[in-house]
Ligand binder design. Structure first.
Ligand code: INI
Length: 153
């Protein structure tokens, strides 16, 4: 027997946790995620957006929302771009490991849609440019996981 999530329209509310840092990139990820959700039948009236200062702040907020019982899934969106110091490594690492931890701690899917890029160009390409829109992909992954978890429960 194979179990996998499909892309049928899911029930419930979805929340995006979006960083304000590199906002011009993250706004494109938010737009992509909202586009994917609405195209899969999740109207904007069922989508909440929570803004946090930077990607470092995403995990605690994602975990709180994931545990609130209000949402079918939490979609984390941010953009970390390498600079001249090792700050990037700390922020990107904390965002990735913290979101993974939140995802294990919550009963609902917590999806990682944080870009970790060497350059601004790479980020733009992944936020609606020639490498697609990772916000759209994150929302599609959220829908698949919501439907998979429903099948497994
Ligand atoms: N936050 C990001 O989301 N992306 C970055 O590229 C970034 N850089 O490069 O510094 C960044 N820093 C802020 C960080 O997320 C926290 O908001 C800050 O350290 C306060 O805790």
């Amino acid at each position: 027997m194979l179990y996998e999530g499909d892309f049928s329209s899911p029930a419930g509310r979805f929340v995006l946790v979006a960083a304000r840092f590199n906002g011009f990139v993250v706004d494109q990820l938010v737009a992509g995620a909202v586009d994917a959700l609405t195209r899969h039948g999740v109207g904007e009236d069922r989508i909440d957006i929570v803004r946090v200062p930077g990607s470092f702040e995403i995990p605690p907020v994602a975990q709180r929302l994931g545990k609130s019982g209000k949402y079918a899934a939490v979609i984390c969106l941010g953009c970390v771009i390498r600079g001249d110091t090792d700050h990037y490594d700390h922020v990107a690492g904390a965002a990735a490991s913290g979101t993974a931890q939140a995802s294990v701690n919550c009963d609902v899917p917590v999806i990682f849609g944080v870009l970790t890029c060497e350059t601004l160009e790479q980020a733009i390409n992944r936020a609606g440019g020639k490498a697609g829109n990772k916000g759209f992909e994150a929302a599609v992954a959220a829908i698949e996981m919501v439907n998979l978890m429903k099948k497994l429960s």
